[in-house]
Each structure stands twice: as C-alpha cells, then as structure tokens.
Design a protein around this ligand. Structure first.
Ligand code: CUA
Length: 334
C-alpha cells in the first residue's frame, strides 16, 4: 500500500506536466494572436517569474528548516527567543516592495486595456442558453456563434445580458481575456486579430446543462473579405424555387412554428433563436457545437434537446420527410 502511494506521488505530477504539453491547443491563452492578448501575455511573464522565484525560495527554506531543525532525541533544548524586530521589518517590507513592483505594470495594463478604441467595428454580443447572438447594428445584420471581424482593426464589443437569461462569459483566448455577461447589464471589451483565421472560444461561466456546448469562434477576414461578408449578410434570403423540396421546406418553416422563433430576412421575424437568413455562410451551428452540414442538421431537427442537453429549441416531432424538406430549405440560405 505504502509503495503504491509512493508511485502515485511520483507519477501524478508527471501526468499533470504532460497534460500541459498539448501540441494542438487552439484555446491556448499563452499563444496570443492579437495586440490585446499580447499585452496581457506580456504581463503574465514577469509576474510569473517573480512568483516562481518567491515560490522556489520559500519552499527551499521550508524544506531546509524541516530537515535541519527536526526533533532529535538527544538534542538539547533550543535557545528560546521572543521576536526579532529586524527580521519582522524585513519580511514585511520585502513582500510589500515585490507587490508594489508588480502593481506598476499591472495597473498600467488595466488602464491601457480599458481605453475604448477609435474607428472600431462595433458588435453587440448577447449570451443565451446556449448560444451567442452577434449583432452588427451599424450594418443592420445579425448572426450567431461566429464573430466575423476584419484584421488590422479593433473590434469594440458591447456585451449585453438578456434580463431573462443567466450569467455567461465570453472568451476567445488567443485574442483577449474573458468578460462576464450579466443579465440586464452591459459591459465592454475590445480586441484585434493579427492574421485572418479562425480563433476558437468558449463560454466560461457555468450556465446550465450545455455550458460546455456553448462555444464560440472569431472568424478574422482581410478587410476586403470582411466587406464582402457584410454585403452578403445584408441581402434578404432568396425564396426557394417553386416545386422543389426546398420550397416545401420553406412552407413547413412557417407551418411548424420555426418562424415564431427564428428570423429569416424576408420570411419571418422570430427573435428567440438565432437569425437563420444566412445560415449556410457559417461553418457551425447550435452554439458552435456541430459542424454545419445536412447530416448534422437533420440529426438536430430530429431531437434538439436529445443531442444538446438543455437546448431551448423543442423537439417538434417532425417526420423524416419533413426534416429532409426543412434541411433542403435551410441549405438554400447562404
Ligand atoms: Cu454560457 Cu456557460
């Protein structure tokens, strides 16, 4: 038994260390991909070094004292002392000095990061159980789970908490720190991406059954590509060609009540679920939980709470044929 404990004591820290060595870790906060994340990263390094030096020193002194001054049967009674003014001043002053030194860059970074950027792209992000609404009011468009942004420009994000929802927290680790979304309140954050690409994120405040399935992603485009994306999002949905399964799907969309919850520009104005006008221009759906393809869409429509626990989208009891037609229609929404 004792031996097993000794083995565990040696292996456990090794496993912990190995767990930190993931090669493909897209949500790694220590690999900043933009100026805001980089500024935070620059703060982490010096603070970590100071903390590590203090940790090693304190642990060394503790272990040294435990061994050196341990009880021995034949040892004489140690000298009895009461206080040591010089030592006490030193161990109050040195930590105070260290904390003061760390406070200077920390406070500077906090002030730098809270400055609102100029000429930014404005986006409102609203957290829902369990998906993200992204509204670009300046452009009159709305999307979900994918935050499309241009490179080389700050994105000013207004985080709004739906008063009837719970607390969520928006976090795209390679681009910025996390920020809570509180029901009924508004807060701000901003960031910028250096390079075009997809940056993965996650809701980081426990918010219910599918908290872990409430993912997000920032999709950074070149400024030209971003303009093209905006123009496309501003178009109303094209009506499905008459006589096709997609047209039957479009009729079902209203008949089965989908329209009451989802907006499709030119078709419906529901505000409960994500705006689906340009659904197929996204690569994921349902809180960025599933890749967007026909197979996943039909699995989803078959039983939403079954594949995503706690989903507010109900099981509508659709037949296989109705699902096929609805999926055919959804696939025209690009
Ligand atoms: Cu939303 Cu956790």
């Amino acid at each position: 038994m004792k031996k097993r404990w000794r083995v565990t004591a040696r292996v456990a820290p090794l496993l912990l260390l190995l767990a930190s060595c993931a090669k493909n870790a897209p949500q790694d906060t220590l690999k900043p991909k933009g100026p805001v994340a980089r500024q935070i990263d620059h703060l982490i390094n010096p603070v970590f070094i100071v903390a590590a030096v203090v940790f090693v020193l304190v642990q060394f002194l503790a272990v040294y004292s435990v061994i050196k001054f341990r009880h021995r049967d034949d040892a004489p009674e140690p000298v009895q002392v009461h206080g040591n003014t010089r030592l006490e001043i030193a161990w109050a002053a040195i930590p105070a000095l260290i904390l003061f030194t760390i406070a200077i860059p920390t406070i500077k970074t906090i002030f730098d990061l809270s400055r609102q950027p100029k000429n930014a792209v404005n986006v409102t992000v609203i957290g829902h159980q369990f998906w993200w609404e992204m509204r670009y009011d300046d452009y009159g468009i709305s999307t979900a789970n994918e935050l499309h942004i241009p490179t080389g420009k700050y994105v000013d994000i207004t985080l709004k908490g739906d008063p009837t929802d719970v607390i969520h927290s928006f976090w795209i680790p390679p681009l910025a720190g996390k920020q809570d979304i509180i029901p009924g309140r508004t807060s701000h954050m901003h960031f910028e991406a250096d390079e075009p690409g997809i940056y993965l994120g996650q809701c980081t405040e426990y918010c219910g059954l599918s908290h872990a399935n409430m993912r997000a992603r920032a999709v950074a485009h070149t400024p030209e590509e971003f303009d093209v994306w905006v123009k496309n999002q501003q178009q109303a949905a094209k009506a499905a060609a008459a006589g096709t399964p997609a047209a039957e799907g479009e009729a079902l969309f209203t008949a089965k009540g989908c329209a009451g919850c989802h907006t499709i520009q030119g078709v419906s104005q529901g505000m409960v679920g994500p705006n689906l006008t340009h659904l197929m221009s996204r690569s994921v759906f349902a809180g960025a939980m599933f890749d967007l393809n026909a197979g996943n869409l039909s699995r989803w429509l078959h039983d939403p709470p079954g594949v995503k626990p706690g989903s507010k989208m109900p099981n509508l009891g659709l037949s296989q044929d109705e699902i096929a037609k609805l999926v055919a229609y959804l696939q025209t929404l690009n």
